[in-house]
Design a protein around this ligand. Structure first.
Ligand code: ZN
Length: 196
């Protein structure tokens, strides 16, 4: 009986480790946070095709409050709104600040979820918004490899965010997001990078 119990415990630990094996964070991995983020990011990935069909870029973001209530959901709108700053995260921050009537989101303890790793600009935008937690799906290196988008340079951003009290979790359920990025490229949608 004791042996069986030990075997079950070992298997359970291995399962939890396997589930979270790929997730990275700048804090000790919190399984409950990963579970919530997996659900939200999977849903954002499922929303990607309809946003793309309406002219948006292949990235979707959402901001939730600490009670798990959705504040805003936005997609990248660089092409359809003619603005190179209109990444999904920047649009989400702008919409949340407009909705709450403030430039400082910190008192609201908000969490940002996004289908891919924030780029260089969005890392800055997040830092100045007062967002407390960031969760993303597909890592930048994979986005660049699949699409050719330039994500910028971001030295030690996990560490820099930690210094500023911002929690980051990455590589959450990236597979579906990767599929959508492949589809975006294969279907001939625009990869918007400035000409150099
Ligand atoms: Zn960005």
């Amino acid at each position: 009986m004791k042996k069986l119990l030990i075997t079950i415990i070992i298997l359970a630990v291995q399962f939890v480790c396997a589930v979270n094996a790929k997730v990275i964070s700048n804090e000790k991995i919190n399984d409950a946070k990963v579970k919530t983020a997996s659900k939200i990011i999977t849903n954002l990935q499922k929303d990607m095709p309809s946003f793309i069909k309406n002219g948006s870029g292949p990235f979707v973001a959402a901001i939730y409050d600490s009670d798990g209530k959705l504040i805003v959901k936005t997609a990248n709108s660089v092409v359809n709104e003619h603005c190179s700053n209109n990444h999904a995260e920047m649009n989400a921050i702008k919409a949340a600040e407009e909705k709450l009537g403030t430039y400082d989101l910190a008192p609201y303890n908000l969490k940002l979820y996004v289908t891919a790793e924030p780029c260089m600009m969005c890392i800055g935008g997040i830092m100045w918004s007062g967002i407390k937690e960031v969760y993303y799906g597909v890592p930048s290196k994979t986005v660049e490899k699949i699409t050719g988008f330039d994500e910028g340079f971001k030295p030690h951003w996990f560490r820099e965010f930690k210094k500023r009290g911002i929690v980051v979790y990455g590589n959450i359920e990236p597979e579906l997001g990767e599929q959508e990025l492949h589809k975006y490229v294969n279907e001939g949608y625009e990869v918007y990078i400035p000409s150099r």
